[in-house]
Ligand binder design. Sequence first.
Ligand SMILES: Cc1cc2nc3c(=O)[nH]c(=O)nc-3n(C[C@H](O)[C@H](O)[C@H](O)COP(=O)(O)O)c2cc1C
Length: 206
Amino acid sequence: MSAVINKTNSEIRDLYQIIYMSRITSTGLSSASTLNDIAKIAIKNNKADNVTGILCYGNGYFFQCVEGSEQALTNLKNRILTDDRHKDIQMLDFSAITKRRFTGWSLRSIILERWMINDPKAKALMPFKPYSWSSDERHQFLDILHGYYEEQENTGDIDTQPIKYNALGLTLSKIVGEHQAFFLIQTVLGVLIVLALLWFMLSDKF
Ligand SMILES: Cc1cc2nc3c(=O)[nH]c(=O)nc-3n(C[C@H](O)[C@H](O)[C@H](O)COP(=O)(O)O)c2cc1C
């Protein structure tokens, strides 16, 4: 019992969070499974290092909040800073905290375009442009993420891998998703025009 209390006390003394945002690079976009690759290694490492957190991707931007010991987060920060899948990394916070926000998540990855659609509060912060947010808006966003965590906590769904899309696909799906009908009509019209041209060209020959 006292060992548990000691562990909890030592964690309270050595508990930090890192919050940062970054932009995906062409290297990140070019890989077929950037988000899955990150999630896979991150869940493994974070579990081993007792790090918890959330990684959001949307509109070409990453926004991450991770929690853990100062040493674990310093090591993680050094790895993240040299990762060529993202750039323009802006550290928003590296400070001591008293409580984890995402206790059960080694790293939950969220694709904002899909997730925000169902959350009116999050929708109000769309389009996702974290670099232009005020500090209040960033806190608001973190509160929304924490609310999402609390809501999901009951499902027991701890470390879901992101859905398999490549990062470019994700960015495109945002555009396509918003204008699905338009794209569908364009495609059908395009196919009809090509068929009509072929018909004209071939009908001359017979
Ligand atoms: C946006 C982003 C977030 C990442 N988050 C984590 C993370 O939470 N934990 C982690 O271990 N690696 C994370 N990574 C991957 C690391 O940068 C690094 O590739 C990984 O830790 C393996 O490092 P290693 O090759 O030096 O072992 C992230 C990478 C990116 C681009």
